[in-house]
Design a protein around this ligand. Structure first.
Ligand SMILES: Cc1ncc(COP(=O)(O)O)c(C=O)c1O
Length: 414
């Protein structure tokens, strides 16, 4: 009982506890002893969410030092990160470049759109199938930029014929943008097919893909998919900590963007130019987050790069899928979809089910799931990505079962 109380306190007040550990120590605390404190005494909740995601202790521990932005080690860290991301996108430095952007994923989406779409005559075709496609149109509206939307159902894949028809009817379209994994539903879109279909009709149109929740966990070959600009962020499948995002840019296309940006801090051309000339960011870089990201990239390599990571995420998804099916939960997407990043489930119809109570009870057991984001159905979401393993999915399923029983929700669901 005493042990349980102590553990509960640590879960609720981890920062306080660490501070106390510091105060009580006579010698200075090294990174190793600090991580020992974390490993043994402070418990994190498991995050089955689209982000922020859980990351390894080693990745967090990599941040426990200060590094100046002009320090050679930091400049080398940035170089390493930029080069490794090119490898993961299956491209090389003679044709593509990586531009890190301070801020969350949306900053990178906004940075690309506001740097790349011409101020005069710019017109974007946005392929929308959920919340994150809609966010692109919102950004374009802030920019007061001309745009056309093709909006499909949230459970459907992109209608490629409609895209080609639209490009033929609108020869003034300069840019096509879409989301790879629409994290609001879990649909993974066939960006390779869309990219090739677009370029077949209009070879010079710029193709921009938001691969926020998929890059690093789902194979994506930028040249094969004819992608000119792609964005993702540090705290998704690469499993770094939140703090920055990045754009992977076709060099020839990026070099044409000088002077276009509507924003100083989000100008990815200037960010690129400065990094090339000085190796440094223009404004304060997220040094700690980048140290963590370097560690996360090393861990990704140890896991077998994207092939290894996607294998683990698929295993997570398989365990979840089987267990949820046995409990009677119904997926929002049908079997024609094979996305394994996140899964949306309909709310059970049982009158005793309340999502708020379900969420809170699971959270009290250290299991954090996420509300739904599809517009036409009541759903919740369970993510398979981040520092999660099949045993974590098994444990989550046990907690879901326990919580349903506690709520008098009859299992298996009808
Ligand atoms: C596909 C996609 N795009 C954009 C975003 C926005 O990223 P952020 O919340 O880091 O700004 C997310 C977040 O999960 C996402 O999944």
């Amino acid at each position: 009982m005493m042990m349980m109380m102590r553990r509960l306190k640590l879960v609720q007040f981890p920062a306080k506890h660490i501070a106390k550990s510091f105060r009580n120590s006579r010698a200075s605390i090294s990174i190793t002893s600090m991580s020992r404190v974390q490993n043994s005494e402070v418990t994190s909740k498991k995050l089955f969410t689209p982000g922020p995601l859980g990351v390894s202790y080693e990745t967090k521990a990599a941040m426990l030092r200060d590094l100046g932005s002009r320090d050679v080690e930091f400049i080398d860290t940035v170089k390493f990160i930029r080069s490794k991301l090119l490898d993961l996108a299956c491209v090389t430095a003679d044709t593509y470049t990586v531009v890190p952007v301070q801020g969350s994923g949306t900053y990178a989406v906004e940075a690309v759109l506001s740097t790349v779409v011409p101020r005069q005559g710019g017109k974007v075709l946005v392929l929308v199938s959920g919340a994150y496609g809609r966010r692109m149109t919102q950004i374009l509206d802030y920019m007061q930029c001309d745009r056309i939307i093709i909006e499909g159902a949230e459970h459907d894949k992109t209608d490629i014929e409609a895209v080609q028809k639209c490009l033929i009817e609108n020869p003034d379209i300069t840019t096509v943008s879409m989301v790879h994994c629409e994290t609001s539903s879990g649909v993974i879109h066939q960006v390779e097919k869309v990219g090739n279909a677009i370029k077949e009709i209009r070879p010079n149109v710029v193709f921009f893909v938001d691969a926020m929740s998929s890059f690093g966990g789902v194979p994506l070959h930028l040249v094969d998919a004819k992608i000119d600009f792609m964005v993702s962020s540090a705290n998704k499948c690469i499993e770094g900590v939140p703090g920055f995002s990045f754009a992977i840019c076709n060099l020839e296309k990026l070099k044409k963007c000088k002077g276009i940006a509507r924003s100083l801090s989000l100008d990815i051309y200037e960010q690129y130019d400065n990094l090339e000339k000085t190796g440094q960011f223009r404004f304060t870089p997220p040094t700690h987050a980048m140290l963590a990201f370097k560690k996360a990239l090393e861990e990704l390599e140890q896991e077998g790069n994207i092939a290894g990571r996607s294998k683990r995420y698929k295993e997570n998804r398989a365990v979840l899928r089987k267990g949820m099916k046995e409990l009677g939960f119904q997926e929002f997407l049908d079997d024609t979809h094979d996305g394994y990043i996140i899964t949306s489930y309909f709310f059970p119809k049982d009158p005793n089910f309340s999502f708020k109570a379900f969420y809170e009870k699971l959270s009290n057991l250290g299991q954090v799931i996420y509300p739904g984001k599809v517009t036409k159905a009541d759903c919740f979401r369970i993510g398979n990505i981040g520092h999660l393993f099949p045993s974590d999915m098994e444990h989550l399923l046990k907690c879901i079962k326990d919580v349903c029983m506690e709520m008098n929700v009859k299992l298996p669901l009808k």
